[in-house]
Ligand binder design. Sequence first.
Ligand code: FAD
Length: 644
Amino acid sequence: MQRKLVLWVTIGWMFGHTKGSLAHPPTTCNILIDGISCPTLTLPEQKEVKRLCKQSKISINCGDGVCKSPKNDLNCPCDCRKGENHLITEAKTGSYNGRTFCPQEQIVKHAYSEADIIRLIGEAREQNLHVKAVGASHTDNAAICTSGMVVATNKMKKILGIHTKPDGTRVVRAQAGVTIGELGRWLHDHNYVNGYGIVGYHLVTLAGVLGTGAHGSAVKHSSLLSDEVYTIRMVLADGTVSEFSRATTGKTDPQLWNALRVNLGMFGITSEVEIAVQDDFLVHMVTESHPDDNLYKQDGLWNLIRKCDVANVSYFPPRKSSHFFEKNHHGKAIINCGTSIYKRADESWGDFEKKADPGGQFILHAPHVGNFFWGIYLNRLHKSACDNSYACTMESLRRSQLVDSPPYIRHKSATDETWFHRPKGITGFAYFMQNSTGSERGMQFRQTDWEVAIPMRHWAKAFQLLRDYMTETQPDGTPKFCLPLMGVYIRFSLVTDALMSHGSVGGDFKLGEPVMFMEIPEFIPSFDIKAPEDQKLAALILTQHESHYRGYVEMMLKNVDARVHWAKNRPELFQLQQKTNPVRKAQIEDFNKQIIRLDPTGVFLNDFMSELGIRYPSSMQKQSQQKQKGEPLKIKVREASKAE
Ligand SMILES: Cc1cc2nc3c(=O)[nH]c(=O)nc-3n(C[C@H](O)[C@H](O)[C@H](O)COP(=O)(O)OP(=O)(O)OC[C@H]3O[C@@H](n4cnc5c(N)ncnc54)[C@H](O)[C@@H]3O)c2cc1C
C-alpha cells in the first residue's frame, strides 16, 4: 500500500500539473456569498493572492497540535486557539476543523453525567439562556452554535452493557458521548456489531450521530444508526428525564419517535441510548472498476451494486486533456462491494474467525504515507485550491490509485502484523470493514464535505448533470472542476421514516427503496495570513474555490429532489432547499410541531434552526430574534468547569 501510494505521489510531484505555474490564481469570484464582494484586485493585492497560493507551509502543518510561527489564530485556529477536544472553550464553540466559529459568545460546559446535564439545564433556565448540546463538534456549520450555553456530552463515555428487551431485541446501552469507534470495538470484543448503521468515521458520538442522521453505507439494509436506535434517554427543557423507545413511544406516538431519531438537538439533551445489536459478522470486500456509461442509464448504478450488502463508489467523470499524463480518461465508477458472511449455527467462533483476513480494516481516513510524501501531497492539495490544473492532475492520480490500492488493508499474517495491501479482496469483521480507522496524523488533514441525498428515480439524471457540470471547460481548455481527493464519493441506505434524515420518506423518496448519498469532499487550504487584508484575500480564494462545490449542491437541489446532509453543508444551501423542496419544507414544519410538545419555550432553539423555520409562540423566540438582530448579549464568558 505504502509503496503504491508513494509511487503515485512521486509521479504527481514529478509531473506537477497541466499548466505549469500559478500564473493565474483566481482574482475574481463569480458568486456573492458570506458578505464577500468581488472586488477588482489592485496589483499589490494580486501579488498577495499569488503569495498566499504559493505558500503551502500552513496547509502542511496546520493540525499537528503545535502553535508555532508562521501559524497563528487567524491562519490555523485549530492549533492556535485554546481548545479541548476541538471544542473551542474560550468564548465560542466551533467545528472540529476550526472552520465554523459560532458568531456569538457562549458559555461552554462539559457534562460528565446525567446529573450534570440536569444541573446545567437548570442554570441555563435561571439565566434565561438558550442551550445547545454538542458531541464531538464534527458538524461543519452553525447548527452547533447557540447564543447561550453549550453543553458538551463528549465526556460521557460509559458503555453500560448488553441485554435483551421483552420483544427479544438485543441492545447495547451506552452514554451519549461514546464514539462510533469506541462502541464498534467494544461490541466486536464481545462478538457483537450494530449491523450496518456504522458511520464511516470513528470519532463522532452516538448522540451526535442521532442528532444529524449520519450514515454509513449499505445497499439492502439501513445504514443509519437512527434506524437501529431502540431507546433515547433525554433530559428535557424543564430538567425532567424521559426515556423514549421503539417499543413504547414508537407504538403510541410514532410521529414523535420518528422525529426523535434524527433530533438536531432540538428536543432535549440525550444522556443515554440503547442500540440494537446482532452477532458479529464478516464482510468480504471486493474492488471493481467499471466504465461510467451505465451510470447515466435508468437502474444502471443499481444493477452494479444490487449484489452488494455494503458498497461505496468513487465516481470520476470522463476527462479530455492535451497533457500526456491525463490523456482522454474515460469516466469510471470504482466500486467497493461487500458481501456479508454470517456465522453458521453449527460453527464455533474460532472457526468463524479464521475466515477473516488478519487485521482486515477499511483505511479511507488513514492512508499509510511517510512524512515526506505526506508533505508533498498536502502541498499539491493546497495549490489545487488556487489552480484547478493541480486538482486535475491529483484527480487523475487518485483515480488510478483507488483502483490499484483500494483503501482496505490486512496484516501480512496472523503472526506478522506488518500492514499488507491486497487489492483483489479482503474479508474482515463488519465494524472494521465499514468504519475507517483514523490517521495518526489526527487533524492534519483538514477537509469538509458537500453531501446530498438523492432518491432512486433520479440517480441517472444526477449523474448526467454531474458529468456535464464537471466536464465543462475553462477558456484555456482545462476542466473547470476537478476533484483531487477521491472523486465523487457515493454511499447508500434505505429510505427511512426518521423524519429529519436527509433520506426520509416523502416526495420521490419511497419508503424502503435505496437512497444514494452523493458527496464531494473538499480539502481546506490554510493560507499564510499575516494581516487582516490577507484574510480578506484568503476568503476570496476560498469563495472562488468553493463556488464549484456550492454549484454542484445547488444543481442537485434544483433538479433531482435532493436534500442536504445536516452536518455537511453551508447555511445558504439549507435556505435554498426550503425554496426548492416543498416536501422537505413541510417535513420541517411537522418536526416543529413535535419539538413544541417537548420544548414549548424554545430552550434548545438556535439561530440556525430558527432561520430554517422552527418557530415558537413564546418569549424565548422573541429573545432569539433580538439576538439575531445583533443586539448586545448580556452573557459573561466562563471557563468550562468539571461538574461535580
Ligand atoms: C471526518 C468526518 C467524517 C464524517 N463521516 C461521516 C459519515 O461517514 N457519514 C455521515 O453521515 N456523516 C459523517 N460525518 C458527519 C458527522 O458524522 C456528523 O456531523 C455527526 O453528527 C457528528 O457527530 P458529533 O458527535 O461530532 O456531533 P456534533 O457535531 O457535536 O452535533 C451534531 C448534532 O447533534 C446534536 N447533539 C450532539 N450531542 C447531543 C446530545 N447529547 N443530546 C442532544 N443532541 C446532541 C447537536 O446539537 C447537533 O445538532 C463526518 C464528519 C467528519 C468530520
